[in-house]
Design a protein around this ligand. Structure first.
Ligand SMILES: C[S@@+](CC[C@H](N)C(=O)[O-])C[C@H]1O[C@@H](n2cnc3c(N)ncnc32)[C@H](O)[C@@H]1O
Length: 234
Protein backbone atom coordinates (compact mmCIF):
# COMPACT_ATOMS: atom_id res chain seq x y z
CA UNK A 1 0.00 0.00 0.00
CA UNK A 2 1.50 3.35 -0.99
CA UNK A 3 1.31 5.87 1.83
CA UNK A 4 0.73 8.90 -0.34
CA UNK A 5 -2.13 11.35 0.15
CA UNK A 6 -3.25 12.67 -3.21
CA UNK A 7 -6.97 13.05 -2.65
CA UNK A 8 -9.73 13.05 -0.03
CA UNK A 9 -10.15 9.27 -0.11
CA UNK A 10 -6.39 8.75 0.52
CA UNK A 11 -6.68 11.07 3.53
CA UNK A 12 -9.75 9.23 4.85
CA UNK A 13 -7.98 5.87 4.46
CA UNK A 14 -5.01 7.20 6.44
CA UNK A 15 -7.37 8.37 9.21
CA UNK A 16 -9.16 4.97 9.14
CA UNK A 17 -5.80 3.31 9.72
CA UNK A 18 -5.40 5.18 13.04
CA UNK A 19 -8.49 3.45 14.41
CA UNK A 20 -9.81 -0.07 14.91
CA UNK A 21 -10.15 -2.23 11.78
CA UNK A 22 -13.87 -3.09 11.80
CA UNK A 23 -14.06 -6.55 10.10
CA UNK A 24 -11.82 -8.47 12.50
CA UNK A 25 -13.26 -6.73 15.58
CA UNK A 26 -16.87 -7.50 14.62
CA UNK A 27 -16.13 -11.06 13.50
CA UNK A 28 -14.68 -11.69 16.97
CA UNK A 29 -17.64 -9.96 18.61
CA UNK A 30 -20.18 -12.29 16.93
CA UNK A 31 -18.25 -15.55 17.57
CA UNK A 32 -20.18 -16.26 20.79
CA UNK A 33 -23.90 -15.97 20.02
CA UNK A 34 -24.84 -16.85 23.62
CA UNK A 35 -23.43 -13.54 24.99
CA UNK A 36 -25.98 -11.32 26.76
CA UNK A 37 -25.98 -8.59 24.10
CA UNK A 38 -29.38 -6.87 23.81
CA UNK A 39 -29.35 -6.61 20.02
CA UNK A 40 -28.58 -10.34 19.63
CA UNK A 41 -32.28 -10.86 20.40
CA UNK A 42 -34.18 -11.18 17.12
CA UNK A 43 -36.63 -8.27 17.44
CA UNK A 44 -36.90 -5.07 15.36
CA UNK A 45 -36.37 -1.55 16.69
CA UNK A 46 -39.51 -0.09 18.28
CA UNK A 47 -39.07 3.17 16.33
CA UNK A 48 -38.80 1.33 12.99
CA UNK A 49 -42.01 -0.58 13.68
CA UNK A 50 -43.73 2.65 14.75
CA UNK A 51 -42.77 4.38 11.46
CA UNK A 52 -44.72 1.73 9.55
CA UNK A 53 -47.61 1.73 12.03
CA UNK A 54 -47.92 5.52 11.69
CA UNK A 55 -47.50 5.32 7.88
CA UNK A 56 -44.41 7.53 8.04
CA UNK A 57 -42.93 4.69 5.98
CA UNK A 58 -44.55 2.36 3.48
CA UNK A 59 -43.00 -0.78 1.90
CA UNK A 60 -40.35 -0.05 -0.72
CA UNK A 61 -36.74 -0.73 -1.59
CA UNK A 62 -34.47 -0.65 1.46
CA UNK A 63 -30.75 -0.64 2.18
CA UNK A 64 -29.70 -1.47 5.72
CA UNK A 65 -26.21 -0.33 6.75
CA UNK A 66 -24.44 -2.52 9.31
CA UNK A 67 -27.30 -5.03 9.52
CA UNK A 68 -25.49 -7.37 11.95
CA UNK A 69 -27.47 -10.60 12.55
CA UNK A 70 -30.34 -9.09 10.59
CA UNK A 71 -33.17 -8.41 13.05
CA UNK A 72 -34.31 -5.19 11.32
CA UNK A 73 -33.71 -6.52 7.79
CA UNK A 74 -35.93 -9.52 8.65
CA UNK A 75 -38.68 -7.23 9.91
CA UNK A 76 -38.44 -5.06 6.79
CA UNK A 77 -38.58 -8.09 4.48
CA UNK A 78 -41.59 -9.36 6.44
CA UNK A 79 -43.27 -5.96 5.97
CA UNK A 80 -43.15 -6.24 2.18
CA UNK A 81 -39.89 -4.37 1.52
CA UNK A 82 -37.22 -5.44 -0.96
CA UNK A 83 -34.13 -5.51 1.22
CA UNK A 84 -30.40 -5.16 0.61
CA UNK A 85 -28.50 -5.50 3.89
CA UNK A 86 -24.78 -4.78 4.23
CA UNK A 87 -22.28 -5.61 6.94
CA UNK A 88 -18.50 -5.80 7.14
CA UNK A 89 -18.64 -8.92 9.35
CA UNK A 90 -18.90 -12.34 7.73
CA UNK A 91 -19.88 -13.86 11.10
CA UNK A 92 -22.80 -11.45 11.41
CA UNK A 93 -24.00 -12.20 7.90
CA UNK A 94 -23.78 -15.97 8.42
CA UNK A 95 -26.08 -15.57 11.41
CA UNK A 96 -28.41 -13.25 9.50
CA UNK A 97 -28.59 -15.68 6.57
CA UNK A 98 -29.47 -18.56 8.93
CA UNK A 99 -32.28 -16.49 10.40
CA UNK A 100 -33.54 -15.52 6.94
CA UNK A 101 -33.56 -19.16 5.81
CA UNK A 102 -35.42 -20.21 8.95
CA UNK A 103 -38.01 -17.44 8.55
CA UNK A 104 -38.15 -17.92 4.76
CA UNK A 105 -37.43 -14.24 4.15
CA UNK A 106 -35.70 -13.05 0.99
CA UNK A 107 -32.89 -10.58 1.73
CA UNK A 108 -29.92 -9.68 -0.44
CA UNK A 109 -26.95 -9.65 1.93
CA UNK A 110 -23.83 -7.68 0.99
CA UNK A 111 -20.55 -8.53 2.71
CA UNK A 112 -18.78 -5.18 2.46
CA UNK A 113 -17.56 -2.18 4.35
CA UNK A 114 -20.33 0.36 3.64
CA UNK A 115 -17.75 2.77 2.24
CA UNK A 116 -16.53 0.21 -0.28
CA UNK A 117 -19.87 -0.92 -1.67
CA UNK A 118 -20.28 -0.80 -5.39
CA UNK A 119 -24.04 -0.41 -5.86
CA UNK A 120 -24.26 0.55 -9.50
CA UNK A 121 -27.37 2.60 -10.29
CA UNK A 122 -29.17 1.49 -7.12
CA UNK A 123 -31.58 3.83 -5.40
CA UNK A 124 -33.57 3.26 -2.27
CA UNK A 125 -36.80 4.43 -0.64
CA UNK A 126 -35.26 3.87 2.79
CA UNK A 127 -31.73 3.62 4.13
CA UNK A 128 -31.74 2.35 7.71
CA UNK A 129 -28.92 2.20 10.24
CA UNK A 130 -29.26 0.85 13.75
CA UNK A 131 -26.01 0.98 15.66
CA UNK A 132 -23.49 1.24 12.82
CA UNK A 133 -23.19 5.03 12.50
CA UNK A 134 -22.04 5.54 16.12
CA UNK A 135 -19.10 3.18 15.46
CA UNK A 136 -17.85 5.27 12.54
CA UNK A 137 -14.96 7.70 12.84
CA UNK A 138 -15.81 11.42 12.65
CA UNK A 139 -14.24 11.90 9.20
CA UNK A 140 -16.48 9.13 7.84
CA UNK A 141 -19.60 11.19 8.57
CA UNK A 142 -18.77 13.16 5.44
CA UNK A 143 -18.69 10.08 3.20
CA UNK A 144 -21.73 8.73 5.05
CA UNK A 145 -23.83 11.77 4.11
CA UNK A 146 -22.52 11.50 0.52
CA UNK A 147 -23.62 7.87 0.49
CA UNK A 148 -27.15 8.81 1.65
CA UNK A 149 -27.41 11.49 -1.01
CA UNK A 150 -26.14 9.14 -3.70
CA UNK A 151 -28.35 6.14 -2.93
CA UNK A 152 -31.58 7.64 -1.60
CA UNK A 153 -34.32 8.38 -4.10
CA UNK A 154 -35.71 11.94 -4.04
CA UNK A 155 -38.24 11.87 -1.19
CA UNK A 156 -36.56 8.76 0.25
CA UNK A 157 -36.09 8.31 3.99
CA UNK A 158 -33.12 7.73 6.25
CA UNK A 159 -33.74 6.09 9.63
CA UNK A 160 -31.15 6.01 12.39
CA UNK A 161 -30.65 4.57 15.87
CA UNK A 162 -27.47 5.61 17.66
CA UNK A 163 -26.08 6.06 21.17
CA UNK A 164 -27.05 9.12 23.17
CA UNK A 165 -24.11 10.61 25.09
CA UNK A 166 -23.44 8.76 28.34
CA UNK A 167 -25.88 5.90 27.71
CA UNK A 168 -25.33 2.81 29.87
CA UNK A 169 -24.52 0.65 26.82
CA UNK A 170 -22.24 3.22 25.17
CA UNK A 171 -22.10 6.76 23.93
CA UNK A 172 -18.73 8.34 24.62
CA UNK A 173 -18.53 12.11 24.82
CA UNK A 174 -15.16 12.60 23.17
CA UNK A 175 -14.60 15.58 20.93
CA UNK A 176 -13.87 14.63 17.33
CA UNK A 177 -10.24 15.65 17.76
CA UNK A 178 -9.94 13.51 20.91
CA UNK A 179 -10.97 10.41 18.91
CA UNK A 180 -7.77 10.74 16.86
CA UNK A 181 -5.58 11.72 19.85
CA UNK A 182 -6.74 8.65 21.77
CA UNK A 183 -7.04 6.52 18.61
CA UNK A 184 -10.35 5.16 19.87
CA UNK A 185 -14.10 5.84 19.80
CA UNK A 186 -14.26 4.37 23.33
CA UNK A 187 -16.96 1.88 22.36
CA UNK A 188 -19.01 4.21 20.14
CA UNK A 189 -19.80 7.92 20.01
CA UNK A 190 -22.83 9.48 21.66
CA UNK A 191 -24.99 11.86 19.61
CA UNK A 192 -27.38 14.49 20.91
CA UNK A 193 -30.46 15.48 18.94
CA UNK A 194 -28.74 18.81 18.13
CA UNK A 195 -25.63 17.10 16.77
CA UNK A 196 -27.72 14.82 14.53
CA UNK A 197 -29.63 17.84 13.21
CA UNK A 198 -26.30 19.50 12.42
CA UNK A 199 -24.83 16.45 10.65
CA UNK A 200 -27.95 15.67 8.61
CA UNK A 201 -28.96 19.29 8.05
CA UNK A 202 -29.61 18.72 4.34
CA UNK A 203 -32.54 16.43 5.21
CA UNK A 204 -36.02 17.17 6.54
CA UNK A 205 -36.70 15.84 10.04
CA UNK A 206 -39.77 13.59 10.14
CA UNK A 207 -39.28 12.48 13.73
CA UNK A 208 -36.45 12.72 16.22
CA UNK A 209 -36.72 11.31 19.74
CA UNK A 210 -35.20 9.05 22.35
CA UNK A 211 -35.78 5.32 21.93
CA UNK A 212 -38.61 4.00 24.08
CA UNK A 213 -37.88 1.33 26.67
CA UNK A 214 -39.97 -1.71 25.79
CA UNK A 215 -38.36 -4.34 27.99
CA UNK A 216 -41.73 -5.90 28.76
CA UNK A 217 -42.39 -6.61 25.05
CA UNK A 218 -39.93 -9.13 23.63
CA UNK A 219 -41.29 -8.67 20.09
CA UNK A 220 -39.58 -5.26 19.98
CA UNK A 221 -36.13 -3.85 20.70
CA UNK A 222 -36.25 -0.64 22.72
CA UNK A 223 -33.84 0.56 25.39
CA UNK A 224 -33.01 3.87 27.03
CA UNK A 225 -29.73 5.50 26.04
CA UNK A 226 -30.43 5.60 22.30
CA UNK A 227 -31.42 8.42 20.00
CA UNK A 228 -33.74 7.64 17.07
CA UNK A 229 -34.35 9.74 13.98
CA UNK A 230 -36.19 9.61 10.69
CA UNK A 231 -35.15 12.06 7.98
CA UNK A 232 -36.45 12.66 4.47
CA UNK A 233 -34.41 13.62 1.42
CA UNK A 234 -35.83 16.59 -0.45
C1 LIG B 1 -23.85 -2.53 17.08
S1 LIG B 1 -23.87 -3.56 15.70
C2 LIG B 1 -25.56 -3.41 15.17
C3 LIG B 1 -26.02 -4.55 14.32
C4 LIG B 1 -27.47 -4.46 13.83
N1 LIG B 1 -27.71 -3.24 13.09
C5 LIG B 1 -28.44 -4.54 14.97
O1 LIG B 1 -28.82 -3.48 15.49
O2 LIG B 1 -28.81 -5.64 15.36
C6 LIG B 1 -22.99 -2.61 14.47
C7 LIG B 1 -22.82 -3.35 13.16
O3 LIG B 1 -22.22 -2.48 12.21
C8 LIG B 1 -21.27 -3.21 11.44
N2 LIG B 1 -20.27 -2.26 10.92
C9 LIG B 1 -19.47 -1.44 11.62
N3 LIG B 1 -18.73 -0.68 10.80
C10 LIG B 1 -19.09 -1.05 9.53
C11 LIG B 1 -18.68 -0.63 8.24
N4 LIG B 1 -17.75 0.32 8.06
N5 LIG B 1 -19.27 -1.20 7.16
C12 LIG B 1 -20.21 -2.17 7.32
N6 LIG B 1 -20.63 -2.61 8.52
C13 LIG B 1 -20.07 -2.06 9.61
C14 LIG B 1 -20.70 -4.23 12.41
O4 LIG B 1 -20.14 -5.34 11.77
C15 LIG B 1 -21.92 -4.58 13.24
O5 LIG B 1 -22.60 -5.71 12.75
Amino acid sequence: MSEVILNKEDLFKMLDSLLREPASFWDGFYKDRAKAIPFFHNAPDENLVSYFEKSLLTPGKVLELGCGPGRNALYLAGSGCIVDAADVSEEALEWAKERARREQKKIHFIHKNIFEMNLKNESYDLIYDSGCFHHLAPHRRLTYVDLLNKWLKPGGHFGLVCFSPGGHLGGSELSDWEVYRSRSLMGGLGYTEEKLKEIFNGFTIMEIRKMKAVEEDERLFGLPGFQTALFRKA
